[in-house]
Write a protein that binds this ligand. Structure first.
Ligand code: HEC
Length: 127
């Protein structure tokens, strides 16, 4: 009589597992499918040492350099951004006066971090 008991237990356990997975399948399956891409990117950007420095830029260029009052700077190459910021430090153009002040507020190392941060914001979310 042992075999049937084990069989019954096995069937019952399988049914229980099946019921539990069926019951939770829709929400637990759809959530991880949507989250990974965003989470991977966000986690990288959240821990990036340039993020706190770049926060000042968000005020005009938008959060993460997207959708701001002024032009988007997300996804530009880090070298280009850095070089632009260095040029802006000594600009004599009147319409670049705002950026001249901002670019002069950081050390070269900080500008590199800021440029690197914005370069890593995915261009797919840039608007
Ligand atoms: C008070 C608003 C303001 C803030 C804050 C600000 N910017 Fe700007 N930024 C502007 C304006 C306006 C322009 C366009 C005129 C110009 O080129 O100076 C500009 C232009 C730029 C440009 C050149 C244009 C381009 O698309 O490449 C870069 C690069 C830039 N900003 C980066 C930054 C970074 C990095 C920070 C943070 C350290 C920052 N900005 C903070 C207003 C701002």
């Amino acid at each position: 009589m042992r075999t049937p008991r084990i069989l019954i237990l096995g069937v019952a356990a399988t049914a229980l597992i099946g019921a539990v997975s069926t019951g939770t399948a829709p929400s637990s399956r759809s959530a991880p499918q949507q989250i990974p891409a965003a989470t991977t990117t966000t986690t990288t950007l959240l821990t990036h040492p340039g993020k706190i420095l770049a926060g000042n830029c968000f005020q005009c260029h938008g959060t993460d350099g997207i959708n701001g009052t002024f032009e988007g700077i997300a996804g530009e190459s880090a070298t280009e951004l850095y070089n632009e910021l260095k040029e802006l430090q000594t600009t004599t153009e009147a319409d670049e006066a705002i950026m001249k002040v901002h670019a002069n507020g950081y050390t070269d190392e900080q500008l590199r971090l800021i440029a690197d941060y914005f370069s890593k914001v995915p261009t797919s979310v840039r608007k």
